[in-house]
Design a binder for this molecule. Structure first.
Ligand code: HEM
Length: 159
């Protein structure tokens, strides 16, 4: 499932930047909230997918569960970036992938939503890391893309 990905080797500088930005983001946890509201601004349809948001009015600015999802996505993307560096590809454990495939399928998540989450995630990282962004943006993009591709492939298999 994850075998057909482009092999990509990161420099140690890039890996260090990824780890460093993880630290930065842990500290500035408030920034992570930025991931969730742009998501709902860009794609109001995504709101209906989150059971805990369905009945709320407008765009929730600081929903803790949505924030928790953003943190999970960020953490997994971070791990993926490190795997890319170490193994040249993203490998998600089979059980995790199966679980994530079914959760997202069940909630009606579609391919275009992954692009929306990607945009929101990258925007938040960019905001948090400032000028370092230029040196590492392709690392994040590649890591997210491979992770999302693995989940999407699993969703298609289960559908
Ligand atoms: C749940 C990861 C993309 C919507 C989850 C969970 C994880 C996760 C770890 C929690 C499962 C649990 O703890 O029970 C990811 C990753 C993504 C991604 C790594 C991208 C690479 C998306 C996208 C959407 C989405 C694009 C749609 C906008 C949801 C929903 C849930 C969920 C609706 C269930 C939340 C709930 O109702 O409790 N995701 N996700 N995810 N995700 Fe994602």
């Amino acid at each position: 499932k994850t075998g057909s990905k482009i092999k990509m080797v990161f420099t140690e500088k890039q890996e260090a930047l990824v780890k460093e930005s993880w630290e930065i983001l842990k500290e500035i946890s408030q920034k992570i909230a930025c991931v969730s509201s742009p998501l709902l601004e860009i794609a109001p349809a995504a709101k209906g997918m989150f059971s805990f948001l369905r009945d709320s009015d407008g765009i929730p600015q600081n929903n803790p569960k949505l924030k928790a999802h953003a943190v999970k996505v960020f953490k997994m993307t971070c791990e993926s970036a490190i795997q890319l560096r170490e193994k040249g590809k993203v490998t998600v454990a089979d059980t995790t992938l199966k679980y994530l495939g079914s959760v997202h399928l069940k909630n009606g998540v579609l391919d275009p939503h992954f692009e929306v989450v990607k945009e929101a995630l990258l925007r938040a990282i960019k905001e948090a890391v400032g000028e370092k962004w230029r040196d590492m943006n392709c690392t994040w993009v590649e890591a997210y893309d491979q992770l999302a591709a693995a989940i999407k492939a699993e969703m298609k298999e289960e559908a």
